[in-house]
Ligand binder design. Structure first.
Ligand SMILES: Nc1ncnc2c1ncn2[C@@H]1O[C@H](COP(=O)(O)OP(=O)(O)O)[C@@H](O)[C@H]1O
Ligand SMILES: [Mg+2]
Length: 304
């Protein structure tokens, strides 16, 4: 008998649309292959949906705040139904770019220099601090978003305009800008799955470059790196995955500049549409979209 799978998607984060897409595509693939599926929002109907549908497993297709950051995971723990991807603590740590970068540093994983700005230093001293610790340009980004939402490359001229736009976050990360190549690595169950390089035509790998086909970002697989460099970047991703205590699938985002890898972040709920990067890496390794989803479901069941 094929499993009953409740797919959680949508949610209230800025990545809601991407999550709905992931949810629909996962549901479609499972249905086509004989699974019973139900899609649910993580809202007040979730409890009722679980009670009536009685899923064997929950596929968490949420992204961003309240879906990828430990909140929904802690609610799912209470329902005692196995759920996919990382647990409460690892999700919370990975979603917080400040905390996860501190863990990377502790494990000697190279990550761009940064500090967190609390809207507390005056303009003059902020410029002084950036010049001393990072130098311009810098990257200004929220601590807990995804999909490049509100990520900005700033010079002295536009810094305060951007900081002003982001002031509702209360604190933002100001990070050293790393030029160079953009490479992402997928880990699957404590094993290195593979890597992909992205060549955006835009200024950087922003929201449009990620999701708008007209932006024509190039996907390059296999990545043009020699064997030892490829193994190095995949080993760093695996080290980060383990250091944070992640489970199942993760995707780590890197910059590669002057022969050095810089880990930007680790994602515990990477996009899972047929055209997303992890399914693309998996397909290259001979793992179909269905096989990938089945592996994720099986791995979820193992967690409990
Ligand atoms: N320090 C940096 N130097 C250069 N580019 C960066 C830096 N930080 C972010 N970027 C660009 O912004 C994109 C999104 O940043 P990332 O930290 O991965 O946040 P998100 O969680 O939104 O994906 C990266 O893939 C990269 O193109
Ligand atoms: Mg990223």
């Amino acid at each position: 008998m094929k499993k009953k799978v409740l797919i959680l998607s949508g949610g209230i984060s800025k990545e809601r649309l991407i999550s709905l897409d992931t949810g629909l595509q996962v549901a479609k693939e499972l249905k086509k292959n004989g699974y019973r599926t139900k899609i649910s929002e993580p809202d007040k109907n979730l409890k009722k949906n679980i009670k009536i549908f009685k899923p064997d497993v929950i596929f968490n297709a949420l992204h961003g705040q309240f879906g990828e950051d430990g909140y929904i995971q802690s609610i799912l723990e209470r329902f005692k139904v196995p759920y996919t991807h990382s647990g409460v603590i690892a999700s919370a740590i990975a979603m917080d770019k400040e905390v996860s970068k501190k863990i990377f540093i502790k494990h000697k994983i190279n990550t761009p220099k940064f500090f967190v700005y609390h809207y507390d230093i005056d303009k003059f001293n902020l410029i002084k601090k950036i010049n001393k610790e990072l130098s311009f340009p810098v990257v200004v980004k929220p601590l807990n978003e995804g999909s490049s939402v509100n990520v900005n490359i700033c010079n002295k001229k536009n810094l305060f305009k951007i900081l002003n736009l982001l002031k509702n976050y209360k604190r933002v990360m100001i990070e050293e800008f790393i030029a160079g190549r953009e490479i992402q690595v997928a880990i699957m169950g404590n094993k290195k799955l593979g890597a992909i390089e992205l060549k955006p035509k835009r200024k950087f790998y922003d929201y449009e470059a990620k999701y708008n086909r007209n932006a024509k970002t190039e996907h390059i697989i296999p990545v043009e790196l020699n064997k030892s460099k490829l193994d190095e970047i995949m080993s760093i991703a695996l080290k980060a995955h383990k250091a944070i205590g992640c489970m199942g699938i993760t995707r780590s985002d890197f910059k590669f500049h002057k022969n050095k890898f810089y880990l930007l972040e680790i994602n515990t709920q990477p996009g899972m549409t047929k055209l997303s990067l992890v399914p693309e890496i998996a397909a290259y390794k001979g793992i179909s979209f269905l096989k990938l989803i089945q592996w994720i479901l099986k791995d979820a069941s193992k967690k409990k």
